[in-house]
Design a binder for this molecule. Structure first.
Ligand code: ASP
Ligand code: MG
Length: 606
C-alpha cells in the first residue's frame, strides 16, 4: 500500500471533452491541478470527438462486414491519438507524464472482439510511474487478450476502463468529466424542470442508466458497485461539483424516497398467451433467447387464469424480429395459444432506494398517470423501482406527469438547508466503504473482474398474493386500487400487471396482482370488495417469494433462464415473475419455498 496521506484520483475525459486541442489543454490543466495538490493522478481518455464513429464509417466504406479483430485494431487508434496529445499537453506545462495503451498498461480482456470484458489488470507499471511523480495517461475502451490481440470493450467503454483502474489501484475517487453537469432526476431534454442530483446510489444509477438516462455505461456502474469505487460525474469545463455515485448508505443519507424518473422508448413488447401452467414452461420459453444472447428486460408473468398463464417481456426494439422468430418456435413447443408483439410502447419508471415499500409511491405514480389520461398497459416493480408500460405516443407526457407528481424538480427539504459542503459526501463514502486493496481486487478478479456475480438468493415466506381478476383496461384503475390499499395502511411489495386480454366483444380487462404481508389479507380483501364488488378478488394467503440478486444481471444474459431452469428441475411452478437490473423475483407455492431456495442456492453456487 502507498503512503496513506496521498490521495489517488482517476480522471476520465469523454470524447467531447477532448474534441479539440484547446479542450485537451483544459483537460491537462485539470489533471495538473490535482497533481499540484500532491495527489497521484491517472487520466483515462476517449477518442477525440466523433472519431470512433468516423473510424467505423471508414471501415464500412471498405467492407460492410469488417472482421471484428481488425475493427478493434482500427478503433483502438482513436484513443491512442488522445493519450499522446494529452501527454504532450501536460509535458508542455512542465509536469512529467507518460501515456500508455490498454495493452501496455496490462488490461487483459477475454477475446470477444468489439465487446470484450476485462479479466484482470496489472498495476506494476502504473504504480511505478505514479511513484516516479508522473501523471499516468491511459487509453480508454481497449485491452489485449491472452494472445496479444487488441480488443475493445464496446461503445462507451472508456467509463469502464476508468472505473476498473480506480478499483485495482484503490483510488479515492473516479472523476468522470463529461459535457453535462451531472446525473439528473430525468432527461432534461424531455423535462426542462429536471434537477441535478448531488448523490445517487449504484443501484439507482443502474436502474436509471439502462432506462435511457444514459450518462454512463451500465457496465462501469456494475463495476463500481462491485468494487466500491466512488464516482463523481461532473462537467469538463466548469469547476462545479457534479453528482456522486456511491454506496447505498452514503447516498441514502442525502436522498429522498424517489430519486429519479426515466423513459425508455427503444423497447418492444412480446406477449405469449395461453401457456400451460406447469413447471418448466417459462424456462422453455426463455432458454433459446438466452443462448442467443438476447437481452430481455421487463419480464412479467401473472397468475394463471383457467389453467393458462401469460408471459410478457420487453426486448430492445432492434432485437424484436429475431426474438419473435425464436419465441414463436419456443411458444409452439410449449403448447402456447398465441404470440403477439407491439413496438409502440414506452417504459416509464420511478427509481429510489428510499421506497422500502411501494404503497405511497405506487399510488402517487398511478394517480398522476390517471390524471394525465395515460393508460397503464403493464406494471412491474423491483425493490427500488416501479415501471409501467404505456403507449409510446404518451411516453414523454407520462414522464412529465410522474416527474411533477414526485416534485423531483424541488430539492428535498432535508437537503435544502444543509450547510454541509459537497465534500461531506466524499468523506461519508470513505467511511462507509471497505477499501478494496489491490491484492484482493486482483485475487477476486480470477477468472474475470467483470464476471457476473450472484450475491444472494432469498426466500420471503411472509407474504400473500392478491389478484384482481377483471380490472377494466382504461386509465385510473390501478390508481383506485392502490389508493384503497394505501388508505388501509397496507404495504405492497411486488406488483405485476400483465398486458390486457384482447376484447372478447366487451370491454378489455387486465389481471392485476400484488403481494402484501399475510397478516393484512382480510383487511385488503374488505377494502377491495368494497371498491370492486364481490367475486372480484382472489387471494393466496401464503406465497413464497424467491429472489436472485447480484451485480451484472442486466448486462449478462441468462440469469433469469438459469433461475427458471433450477425451479423447473425442482418441479416448482412459477405463478408470478418480475425482474429488474439488480434482481429477479418469482412467486411460487408457499409449501415449496424451501425446496426452491435450495435449488437456487445450488444453481448459483451459493
Ligand atoms: N471511443 C469509444 C466510443 O466512442 C469509447 C468511449 O468513448 O467511451 O464508444
Ligand atoms: Mg463516451
Amino acid at each position: 500500500m502507498g503512503t496513506p496521506s496521498v490521495a489517488i484520483v482517476v480522471q476520465k475525459f469523454g470524447g467531447t471533452s477532448v474534441a479539440t486541442a484547446v479542450k485537451i489543454q483544459a483537460a491537462a490543466r485539470r489533471a495538473i491541478d490535482h497533481h499540484e495538490r500532491g495527489h497521484q493522478v491517472i487520466v483515462v481518455v476517449s477518442a477525440m470527438g466523433h472519431s470512433t464513429d468516423e473510424l467505423i464509417d471508414l471501415a464500412r466504406q471498405i467492407t460492410p462486414r469488417p472482421p471484428a479483430r481488425e475493427l478493434d485494431m482500427l478503433l483502438s487508434t482513436g484513443e491512442q491519438v488522445s493519450v499522446a496529445l494529452l501527454a504532450m499537453a501536460i509535458a508542455s506545462q512542465g509536469v512529467p507524464s507518460i501515456s500508455f495503451t490498454g495493452s501496455q498498461i496490462g488490461i487483459v480482456t477475454d477475446s470477444f472482439h468489439t465487446k470484450a470484458r476485462i479479466r484482470n489488470i496489472s498495476t506494476d507499471r502504473m504504480k511505478a510511474a505514479l511513484d516516479d511523480g508522473r501523471i499516468v495517461i491511459v487509453a480508454g475502451f481497449q485491452g489485449v487478450d491472452a494472445n496479444y490481440n487488441i480488443t475493445t470493450l464496446g461503445r462507451g467503454g472508456s467509463d469502464t476502463t476508468a472505473v476498473a483502474l480506480a478499483a485495482v489501484i484503490c483510488a479515492d475517487a473516479c472523476e468522470i468529466f463529461t459535457d453535462v453537469d451531472g446525473v439528473y432526476t430525468t432527461d432534461p431534454r424531455l423535462v426542462p424542470e429536471a434537477r441535478k442530483l448531488d448523490t445517487i446510489s449504484y443501484d439507482e444509477m443502474l436502474e436509471m442508466a439502462s432506462l435511457g438516462a444514459g450518462v454512463m455505461h451500465s457496465r462501469s456502474i456494475e463495476f463500481a458497485k462491485k468494487y466500491h469505487v466512488p464516482i463523481h460525474v461532473r462537467h469538463a469545463s466548469k469547476p462545479d461539483v457534479g453528482t456522486w455515485i456511491v454506496d447505498e448508505l452514503a447516498a441514502r443519507r442525502l436522498g429522498a424516497v424517489v430519486t429519479g424518473a426515466a423513459l425508455a422508448k427503444e423497447e418492444a413488447r412480446i406477449t405469449v398467451r395461453g401457456l400451460p401452467d406447469r413447471p418448466g414452461v417459462v424456462h422453455g420459453l426463455f432458454r433459446e433467447l438466452a443462448e442467443r444472447h438476447v437481452v430481455v428486460d421487463m419480464i412479467v408473468q401473472n397468475v394463471a387464469k383457467d389453467g393458462l398463464a401469460e408471459v410478457t417481456f420487453t426486448v430492445d426494439e432492434d432485437d424484436l424480429e429475431s426474438s419473435l422468430s425464436i419465441v414463436n418456435k419456443a411458444a409452439e413447443a410449449q403448447g402456447a395459444a398465441s404470440v403477439q408483439s407491439d413496438r409502440e410502447v414506452a417504459k416509464v419508471s420511478v427509481v429510489g432506494s428510499g421506497m422500502k415499500t411501494h404503497s405511497g409511491v405506487a399510488v402517487r405514480m398511478f394517480e398522476s398517470l390517471a390524471a394525465a389520461g395515460v393508460n397503464i398497459q403493464m406494471i412491474t416493480t423491483s425493490e427500488i423501482k416501479i415501471s409501467v408500460l404505456v403507449d409510446r405516443s404518451q411516453g414523454v407526457e407520462a414522464l412529465r406527469a410522474v416527474h411533477e407528481a414526485f416534485e423531483l424538480e424541488i430539492i428535498p427539504c432535508d437537503l435544502r438547508f444543509s450547510e454541509d459542503p459537497p465534500e461531506i459526501a466524499v468523506s461519508l463514502v470513505q467511511k462507509n466503504q471497505e477499501p478494496v486493496s489491490t491484492e484482493t481486487a486482483i485475487a477476486d478478479a480470477a477468472p474475470g473482474m467483470e464476471d457476473l456475480v450472484i450475491s444472494d438468493v432469498e426466500l420471503d415466506a411472509s407474504q400473500a398474493r392478491i389478484t384482481l381478476l377483471n380490472v377494466p383496461d382504461k386509465p385510473g384503475q390501478a390508481a383506485l386500487v392502490f389508493r384503497a390499499i394505501a388508505d388501509s395502511g397496507i404495504n405492497v411489495d411486488m406488483i405485476v400487471q400483465g398486458i390486457s386480454e384482447p376484447p372478447l366483444g366487451g370491454e378489455a380487462h387486465t389481471l392485476l396482482s400484488f403481494s402484501i404481508p399475510s397478516r393484512d389479507v382480510s383487511r385488503a380483501v374488505e377494502a377491495l370488495t368494497q371498491l370492486l364488488g364481490p367475486n372480484s378478488v382472489a387471494v393466496d394467503p401464503n406465497i413464497a417469494k424467491l429472489s436472485v440478486m447480484g451485480v451484472g444481471i442486466r448486462s449478462h444474459t441468462g440469469v433469469a433462464t438459469r433461475m427458471f431452469a433450477a425451479l423447473a428441475s425442482a418441479d416448482i411452478n412459477i405463478s408470478m415473475i418480475n425482474s429488474s437490473e439488480v434482481r429477479i423475483n418469482v412467486a411460487t407455492d408457499a409449501a415449496l419455498g424451501e425446496i426452491g431456495l435450495n435449488a437456487l442456492k445450488q444453481a448459483f453456487d451459493i
